[in-house]
Design a protein around this ligand. Structure first.
Ligand SMILES: NC(=O)c1ccc[n+]([C@@H]2O[C@H](COP(=O)([O-])OP(=O)(O)OC[C@H]3O[C@@H](n4cnc5c(N)ncnc54)[C@H](OP(=O)(O)O)[C@@H]3O)[C@@H](O)[C@H]2O)c1
Length: 310
């Protein structure tokens, strides 16, 4: 299989090395390459894997996806800005795309959301591997400075800009993921949500240190169908009330009824849905270049073999 990797960074390079071991042929398209030549490059490959940073409102993701699809190529995407901000422009390509790593890394948990669900009324998740890693390591007794160093070593974050900046970036990432989940679950079939619609609070260093001291908090995203009017002014880390649904991100002590199998540790992510069939849960490794690349390679192979067969 010939794979064109757009964005030769941590995930892209790791994907290339795993794919070469499996005997696939790799080429890269980087920031310095001429975008006018992209379509011709896409035409020569079997699958396009897009591993560019999650930037802006997904303009670049949309460009590389639509150009690849114009050439009839399946796309494996790990960036999440397009799904969060421009879902209406990308939704028609979804049948020929694999996107499971945009939320939940290698856990595969997004399948819970993309499968048709009858009577969905609640989704609860821990979807940011970096914050979960920091909070759970500190809860184990590791000083936060050491936990941050460990997260940098594992390439979960860049870290250089300090604790507040790491939390600011990762909270934004969580808002984007919440928007992706809402859009992919088709909670509002007539429209999409964007991260701009969420009301978000800023956290200062003092508040972050207090979270560490409490040793029991996790960043939980909760999406609930409301049966009665709620007062929409309780301050949350981020929230959006819309058409009978509340979408909330909060640092809180996880409720054992929502986490009956325990709370995920380190960079593990978890997603649970409640519908007419009861409760279903996916848990797994949610961040890190190596597992993310492994999942993307699997998705590229699936796309390739599906096209060979039909
Ligand atoms: N790392 C993880 O654990 C993980 C997990 C799940 C999903 N993801 C997603 O996967 C994506 C890649 O993550 P990463 O950690 O590999 O990021 P990264 O190390 O920053 O790599 C991104 C690469 O894309 C290149 N690039 C930027 N803009 C481009 C453009 N317009 N055209 C072509 N190449 C471009 C960058 O080049 P420059 O160096 O020149 O900027 C860099 O080589 C992100 O969207 C992230 O959200 C990551």
């Amino acid at each position: 299989m010939k794979i064109l990797i757009v964005g030769p960074g941590n995930v892209g390079k790791e994907l290339a090395s795993q794919a070469r071991v499996s005997g696939h042929e790799i080429s890269f398209f980087g920031r310095g390459d001429n975008k006018c030549e992209f379509r011709g490059r896409a035409a020569k490959c079997d699958v396009v894997c897009i591993t560019i940073p999650t930037m802006g409102r997904g303009e670049e993701e949309i460009f590389f996806t639509t150009e690849s699809r114009e050439e009839g190529k399946p796309v494996v995407l790990s960036a999440k800005a397009a799904m969060a901000y421009r879902f209406d422009e990308i939704v028609s390509h979804l049948p020929h795309m694999s996107i499971s790593t945009i939320v939940g890394g290698a856990s595969g948990m997004l399948h819970l959301i993309t499968m048709p669900s009858i009577g969905l009324f609640k989704i609860v998740g821990i979807v940011n591997g970096t914050i979960n890693f920091l909070l759970s390591r500190v809860a184990e007794g590791v000083p936060w400075e050491q936990a941050l160093e460990e997260a940098v070593k594992k390439q979960l974050t860049e870290g250089g800009s300090g604790l507040e900046e790491v939390f600011r970036r990762e909270i934004r990432d969580t808002v984007l993921k919440a928007a992706c989940i809402v859009n992919l679950a088709r909670l509002f079939p007539e429209s999409m949500v964007t991260p701009d619609e969420f009301t978000c609070q800023k956290l200062g260093k003092k508040e972050i240190l207090r979270l560490f001291e409490a040793r029991q908090y996790r960043l939980v995203v909760r999406i609930v169908r409301q049966t009665r009017a709620q007062t929409p002014f309780i301050p949350h880390l981020f929230h959006l009330w819309r058409e009978g649904w509340s979408i909330i991100g909060e640092f809180e002590k996880p409720n054992p009824e929502e986490f009956p199998h325990g709370v995920p540790k380190d960079e593990q992510n978890m997603l649970a849905v409640w519908n007419h069939a009861g409760r279903s849960e996916f848990c797994g490794i949610g961040a890190g270049a190596r597992p993310t690349a492994a999942m993307m390679l699997r998705e590229a192979e699936q796309q390739f073999f599906a096209r060979q067969m039909y």
